[in-house]
Design a protein around this ligand. Structure first.
Ligand SMILES: Nc1ncnc2c1ncn2[C@@H]1O[C@H](COP(=O)(O)OP(=O)(O)OP(=O)(O)O)[C@@H](O)[C@H]1O
Ligand SMILES: [Mg+2]
Length: 363
């Protein structure tokens, strides 16, 4: 699969732009503050339905304008697809797939599978576990729509359980009511954990291989799910149920649920050192990149379509050799990358665009 065309109207600093993309490498180069990241953000929005940078649609609309539109034409293996997003200053955004309005974001996710990497993504390793859970949640949702709906359901059930914990005055009376919530919660939570374990299991070897390739065999990357680590949904459910019971007094005292998938994490080590705490900036950044690149094959195998790789400003921290290794690994996927400098030779069918003051021109 690849994106053929992107059209923007009043999106961020763009008044209007139409760009026809190449099927493999697309380099967007330009000085700072010209609109490179904004362009990538528009594609991310058409894929995930929300921005990686803001939760306010208003921020995405060109200043002083009322509406914005993003339109993306995709070439899939067996058919073409058009995704359109209409953003409004007042009121909700609307989304169309092939001219038909969709009602839920869940219907959009997975239509244009993307693997996204931006400077902030380093948070995936450096910041707290929330970023690592977000990484799993967004990417597993793209691979499996039912996972996205499980997450929505879990969030609601958890909110209800926490409300009950806060509102109940007497610990003894909690026993009578909480079991009903815990049964439902465990049912959903065990599936979420199961899918996450499966995801980590599937990317851990590719991530290690990619990382060895980029670093010329210098760094051994290993990842592991930090949470319940059991083989079947039933076993996970049982363990969780016991956990909720064991922690009930603590949960009651704190007023929220202290265990479950909303508290889990990913362990990330390089040469046996936990780089979440002890990695250098460069190591953390590269490990994040390896995790993302490792997903490409998994996406392709699971969805039967090649995903699209969106890379914001990734080349700047790679030395010449690592950069070459990296471009070699991703050469068979449509990649849209931004950079301030680019002087490498590209293949005949690849494209370099110059971004200047919200205008994009192919070189
Ligand atoms: N809603 C908006 N309306 C108009 N302009 C906006 C809006 N949101 C952001 N901008 C402007 O868009 C410009 C380009 O931003 P962008 O992040 O795309 O730059 P960039 O080319 O990626 O630069 P860098 O190389 O520094 O990352 C910024 O100057 C920003 O102020
Ligand atoms: Mg930028």
């Amino acid at each position: 699969m690849y994106i053929q065309k992107v059209s923007l109207t009043n999106f961020r600093n763009y008044e209007h732009c139409d760009v026809t993309l190449a099927p493999f490498l697309n380099v967007f180069k330009g000085n700072n503050a010209q609109g490179k990241t904004n362009f990538l953000e528009s594609i991310y929005l058409a894929s995930i339905g929300k921005s990686p940078k803001t939760t306010k649609d208003k921020d995405l609309i060109k200043w002083k304008e009322k509406n914005a539109k993003i339109s993306v034409n995709v070439k899939k293996q067996y058919f073409d697809e058009k995704i359109e997003l209409y953003l409004r200053n007042e009121g909700k955004k609307s989304i169309k797939i092939n001219e038909v309005i969709i009602r839920k974001i869940g219907d959009l996710i997975g239509e244009i599978p993307v693997v996204y990497f931006a400077p902030d993504e380093i948070g995936l390793i450096k910041q707290g576990p929330a970023d690592r859970r977000r990484f799993m949640d967004i990417d597993i949702s793209q691979l499996n729509k039912s996972y996205f709906y499980l997450l929505c359901r879990y969030e609601k059930l958890l909110e209800e359980r926490n409300k009950l914990l806060k509102q109940t005055k007497n610990f003894e009376s909690l026993h009578n009511t909480i079991d009903l919530w815990d049964t439902q919660l465990c049912d959903v939570a065990s599936k979420i954990i199961f899918y996450r374990l499966e995801f980590i299991e599937k990317i851990k070897i590719p991530a290690k291989d990619v990382h060895l390739k980029i670093t010329n065999g210098e760094e051994n990357l290993s990842i592991k799910y930090q949470g319940i680590n059991l083989k079947t949904v039933e076993e996970i459910k049982q363990k969780l149920f016991e956990g909720y019971k064991k922690n009930l007094k603590k949960d009651f005292d704190f007023g929220f649920t202290t265990i479950g998938p909303h508290r889990d994490d990913i362990e990330i080590e390089i040469n046996d050192v936990d780089i979440r705490n002890f990695g250098s900036q460069g190591q953390q950044r590269l490990a994040t990149l390896s995790l993302k690149v490792a997903e490409l094959d998994l996406f392709e195998k699971t969805l039967n379509e090649k995903p699209i790789l969106l890379l914001d400003d990734v080349l700047s921290e790679l030395d010449a050799k690592r950069c070459k290794n990296f471009l070699e690994i991703i050469k068979n996927f449509q990649t849209i990358l931004t950079t301030t400098k680019f002087s490498r030779k590209i293949r005949q069918n690849d494209a370099v665009f110059v971004v200047k003051n919200a205008k994009i021109q192919r070189m």
